[in-house]
Design a protein around this ligand. Sequence first.
Ligand SMILES: [Fe+2]
Length: 296
Amino acid sequence: MNYAIEQHLDHHRLHHITIGTDAAARFVREVADLSEQRLTYMPYLRLIAADSLQQIVGVDFAVQINALVRDRATGGFTLAVEGGFETMDQRVAFGTAVSHLIGMPNFDDMTGNYYACFEVRDTDDSDSYLRQAYRLFTLHTDGTYIRERTDWILMMKMAERDAVGGESRLLHLDDWEALEHYARHPLAALPMTYQSPPSKNYPVVMEKPTFYEHHGKACVCFIDQFVYPKTISQARYLRDLSDSMEASSGVVSLPLPPDHLVVLNNHFWLHGREAFEKHPDLYRLLMRQRGYFREE
Ligand SMILES: [Fe+2]
């Protein structure tokens, strides 16, 4: 067996997958010529990386991770290779292989690439909460303000130093006590205006409802920073919904060790981040990819 799937120790809905040392070493050898730069410049190499992983770990691995991320009861997994990686190129190739077994990433206008790496440090001068280390990052879904579908997100811990705190905060919609109330509310299906700040390089205004149905189940689209309600009652609805999610007993803080990645279904999982503890040398680098399922 090249990989093992087990129940995640920190979340009742998630599974943790470990790829064994030998398979990991073969993958690293196989993608040795797929540098971060080549993957960026030549899109087809990203699918070649995915194919290498599939060939080495097994086609059933691809089937399993696709089933997990689509399954409403689960909708996500964490994944790591035994022994970890040595270089950034290896990490990017691995994250890229996994994402391309699931679908195709959305183009990231902020970085002009198919992925983004976010540094968190002691200081920050950005125009959103993304990199502000000492602030709790509230629960949200990704891709709220973009045209393309964002069915899944992948986050991989690329590096971490002097970092205490900063865990991912996760909430599955079915673990939220107030889901029925907010998903059936008269404002639930009202299209809300989403617009991102200048750093995202995406000067587009989108209208998306907060709740919608997929396979008869409620799904959500929400981020507090980029939504522009037009009335006091809409603002109250969004504020109360956010407060209710934040207070939910279903919120779990998930530690993500270096070289581990997490994949979540973006239709029914919300994510955020705990605040970090103050440290002058705090450094964390996270890679994010998000995109759509290929065959839907
Ligand atoms: Fe996010």
